[in-house]
Every structure is written in structure tokens, then in C-alpha cells.
Ligand binder design. Sequence first.
Ligand SMILES: [Zn+2]
Length: 270
Amino acid sequence: MDKMEIVEKHKLLSEKIADADMVLVGVGEEFNEDFSDIGRFPHLMSALEEVDIDQMLEWTVPFLEHRFLIEHNDGRLVEAYRNLYEMVRNKNYFVITTCIDENIKKAAFDTERLVEPCGNHEMLQCSDKCCDELYPSGEFSDLVKQAILDGVGLDSLEIPKCPVCGKPLAYNNILCEQNYVEEGYQRQWKKYTKWLQLTLNKKICILELGVELNLPNIIRWPFEKVAFYNQKASFFRINASSYQMTEELSDKGISIGMNAVDYLREYQHL
Ligand SMILES: [Zn+2]
């Protein structure tokens, strides 16, 4: 997409946000953590080498990835989130994300205005879903950190087990697939749906960022519906591959064909 065209659309977006009563933000696949910076963390790299040598330690990989997510506080995603925060910080906003990496929390977003329906790394659940119980992940994450720092080796760790059935615990997110316990995000989901109900007849600016077509019923389709039924809505769809607007929204929808992470890094708040 032509740079001048993007600049024009960015100006329009800034105006619409400034003018809006409410700002709805959806964050999708383009924001998923790709762990490309893990090479900057030598202690995690050597732990992963340990896993390479001993396949029995394969179970530690998600826990090592979680260590990376905790310790990695900069990089392009965090930069993009910080710029996004600057765009909406003074508005009545709500963010829904399909990301499970919690990078968005490294910017100053109000977590009461955030819902993560695909889960995250905050809690653990039974990998066999014998029950809906959730357990904070922090304590085990500290054990992993300590084992790495002490150099005692990952084989000094034992996989955390479900206190009810004894099966391994896993992070409470969609990587559990059909066993994903959806209790974890319900409290925020209720807030989100209530907030959405209040958008009716309000000037709402909808910002769909990097959302592809893998989970359309979480962000894409509901956002299109909100935009369609709200006479005062403006709708911005920004992503590199699936930025086309539906026919029904051609009058209030603006497409920007660019990776939304790069967009937020390059086009800052005007
Ligand atoms: Zn269990």
C-alpha cells in the first residue's frame, strides 16, 4: 500500500479516535510472540540445549517459554503496544486479544479493560480437564528460574501435577485444545459484553489490528456486526494479508494493508 495513502488513513484514524466516545480494539495473530529474541537470553538458550540432548525434558519447553515472556520486556511487540496505548489512553477503551503471551500487559493498559479469551500464562489447569480448577503459575515459574540460575539442571525439576487426578498441569490457554478450561477469562468476558452493550448509539471507533482468519468468531465477525449495527461507528481494519472490507461496511470501513505491528511502530499518535 502506498505510503501517502497510509499517512492519510492514519490521520483519519487519529481524528476518529479523538472524536469517539468509546474505542474498541481487537488484537490478533500478527501480534503472536514468535520467540525470535530468545537468543538474547543465554541462560534460556542453554536450558533449551539441555532439552535438545534429553528428550525426557521436552515438557519443560512451555515453562521455559514462559520464563522468556516474563524476562523479555522490550522488542517490537512491546514497542507497538506502547504506541497503541498512547493512542487510546485517554479514551473509554476495551481491548480483546487472541494472543496468549501477555505482551500487551508490558504497556500501561488497564487490565480491567482487557479480555484474553484464548487464555494466557497466568494460571495452570489440569491437562486432562478432570475439573475446572485453576492454579497460579508463578510459584512453579520461580522454581524453573531458580533451577536455571543455580545450574542444577532441568532434570532437578518435576512436572507440576494436578492435585485431583495426578495428570500434568498445563498453562490455561487454547494450547490445551479441547481440554481448555474457559473459566479463566469469564470475569473479564462479562465486563466486555456489558461494555459492548453500552456502545449502542455511541460514537465508537473500532480498531482491528493484525487479525487474520483463524478465529473469526472472536474478533472479526463480532466487530463487523458492531460496526454494521452502529450508525456512528468507524471501523479500521489493519493487517498485511486479510485487510479487505466486507461490502456492507464499505461506507464506514477503512482498510490498511500493512502488518499492524509495523504500522503501530511507524505511525505514531498524531
Ligand atoms: Zn486433573
